[in-house]
Ligand binder design. Structure first.
Ligand SMILES: [Zn+2]
Length: 159
């Protein structure tokens, strides 16, 4: 795995940076955490969502592994939880045989901040404001697959 470093981020709080050049398609870091049942995950999500709407930032640390289990990554030993969201990210989260990996989508230069799309659904988009600063930013954090739907909603509101 490539060397990484944690430091203050221009995007939000702390961030994770490449300490060496990373090629495309590399498993950069595993997103680790506590295994929770799907039912427990619903409760945890509710709690994290509540806290994040108060602070105005996206902070839900759950990844679905399969129908039965989720990973709750809100634990101190999960360095990947510090990776920020971007609407134009250089990494993506992949479920590889039951493990969540942050995988590079393109070549990443030394010193570049790692980002991935947090992939939130459309049901709570208003709770997750985005300030990633990318030209593709919609102002809210949603999954790549929901970007079209959200931009239509936002367009309608502006009219
Ligand atoms: Zn954004």
């Amino acid at each position: 795995m490539p060397r990484l470093k944690v430091s203050r981020s221009a995007l939000h709080g702390r961030g994770v940076y490449a300490a060496e050049e990373i090629g495309k398609g590399v498993k950069v870091i595993e997103y680790v955490g506590k295994r929770v049942s799907a039912r427990e995950a619903e409760r945890v999500a509710e709690e994290q969502l509540c806290r994040s709407s108060k602070s105005g930032t996206g902070a839900v640390y759950l990844f679905t592994i399969n129908k039965k289990y989720d990973i709750d990554g809100n634990v101190p030993w999960n360095k990947a939880r510090l990776i920020n969201h971007s609407c134009d990210p250089n990494c993506e989260a992949q479920n590889i045989r039951g493990h969540i990996w942050i995988v590079s989508k393109r070549k990443i230069k030394t010193g570049e901040e790692l980002t991935y799309n947090y992939g939130f659904g459309m049901d709570s988009w208003q709770d997750h404001k985005c300030r990633c600063g990318s030209p593709k930013c919609l102002g809210y954090i949603v999954a790549a697959s929901s970007r079209g739907a959200l931009s239509r909603v936002l367009k309608r509101r502006r009219v």
